[in-house]
Design a protein around this ligand. Structure first.
Ligand SMILES: NC(=O)c1ccc[n+]([C@@H]2O[C@H](COP(=O)([O-])OP(=O)(O)OC[C@H]3O[C@@H](n4cnc5c(N)ncnc54)[C@H](OP(=O)(O)O)[C@@H]3O)[C@@H](O)[C@H]2O)c1
Length: 324
């Protein structure tokens, strides 16, 4: 048996309970990871609470369970040690330090987690600890995927709305690393932090109305849901691109047509979660080029506290959960 945090139903953080469940058994091509660190992400909050971007409520119930989460153990990213391997595993050995990202596979809020050896995971370089490694995949690979899909290039101007969150803080660093001129948007409390990540200009949304900025951005990356697609397109120069990371169903269905007809491009929908992206993020972190922002580290027993914090939609970067 093992301890796992389960969601007993959809609802507030009070539905989260730590209970004993059967320990997973690795199949022939699986590795069993002893989890040392995991995170509570905005994705976990969305599944637990069913608070989805506009239009996705019913779709989410079909995917995650009609009346309660079909997979009650949430969590999409882990860092830990390989405890056991299936008989046909050749890429990993017992004792390897690994990080993994298992988007919809979930089951990371537990003492043990199985992934396929060919799944989205890899070794943790010596320079990185478990806490840092666990906070790399969700924000880092989401930001990397959307930046690639909007084709950001050196010298371009990008506006990152929600620059202090998990995805936004990663986007600021990656865009800066690519040589872009970054403007970040966050509250006053996070202006200094976003500036330290590489933003040339930081806008405090409490003081300045983002929708009234000059329309001269090559790329707008919206990670909050504060602006709809029409408002984001208004901030672009002709031919600009919008990454609507928290976009609703109507943005997803009409985004391509709405943007093309006005000479723009919109990227909406789920991130690709590619293994190459995780490897690149891990390598950038090992070189000190990318560092995941970690607001707080909680003990596993405090996981409901982390759920409460995510739900406020004000966290700085990532919330890590450590397991002894
Ligand atoms: N499409 C995909 O595949 C995909 C993947 C991952 C995440 N997502 C979605 O992306 C969104 C962001 O995720 P996340 O994990 O980065 O969220 P998060 O870490 O919870 O980020 C919240 C951040 O947004 C900032 N914020 C709140 N209101 C704001 C406003 N009006 N203007 C600017 N910033 C504001 C907060 O900063 P202040 O405290 O400074 O306000 C906070 O730092 C979520 O909706 C998530 O569901 C989508």
């Amino acid at each position: 048996m093992m301890k796992a945090a389960i969601c007993t139903g959809y609802g507030s953080a009070d539905v989260v309970r730590i209970v004993d469940v059967p320990k997973p058994v690795p199949g022939d091509y699986d590795i069993l990871i002893r989890v040392r660190a995991t995170t509570v992400t905005s994705g976990d909050w969305r599944i637990r609470s069913l608070e989805m971007p506009p239009g996705f409520g019913l779709i989410a119930r079909l995917i995650f369970g009609i009346t309660k989460p079909r997979q009650p153990i949430l969590g999409s990213e882990v860092a830990g040690e390989v405890e056991a391997v299936g008989k046909d595993v050749s890429k990993f050995r017992v004792g390897d330090r690994v990080v993994a990202f298992d988007g919809l596979g979930l089951r990371c809020h537990a003492e043990f987690k199985c992934i396929r050896q060919s799944g989205n995971g890899g070794r943790i370089p010596d320079q990185l600890g478990f806490t840092t490694a666990a906070a790399l995949p969700f924000g880092g690979t989401t930001a990397m995927d959307f930046l690639r899909r909007v084709g950001l290039t050196a010298g371009e101007k990008i506006l990152v709305i929600g620059a202090s969150g998990s995805v936004g803080s990663a986007a600021v660093q990656l865009a800066r690393h690519q040589g872009a001129q970054v403007t970040g948007v966050c509250s006053a409390a996070n202006v200094e932090m976003v500036s330290s990540l590489g933003a040339e200009r930081v806008i405090d949304y409490g003081k300045e109305d983002v929708t009234s900025l000059d329309p001269n951005f090559d790329v707008v990356m919206e990670t909050v849901g504060a602006l709809n697609l029409t408002q984001a397109l208004r901030l672009l120069r002709s031919g600009g691109r919008a990454a609507m990371i928290a976009g609703g169903l109507s943005d997803m269905l009409t985004g391509s047509w709405k943007s093309k007809s006005r000479g723009f491009k919109a990227v909406v929908g789920p991130a690709a979660e590619k293994q190459e992206d995780l490897q690149e993020i891990v390598a950038l972190a090992a070189k000190g080029i990318f560092r995941p922002v970690i607001e707080h580290t909680y003990a596993f027993e405090q996981i409901a506290e982390a759920h409460r914090r995510v739900q406020q939609r004000r966290k700085r970067g990532n919330l890590v959960i450590t397991l002894a």
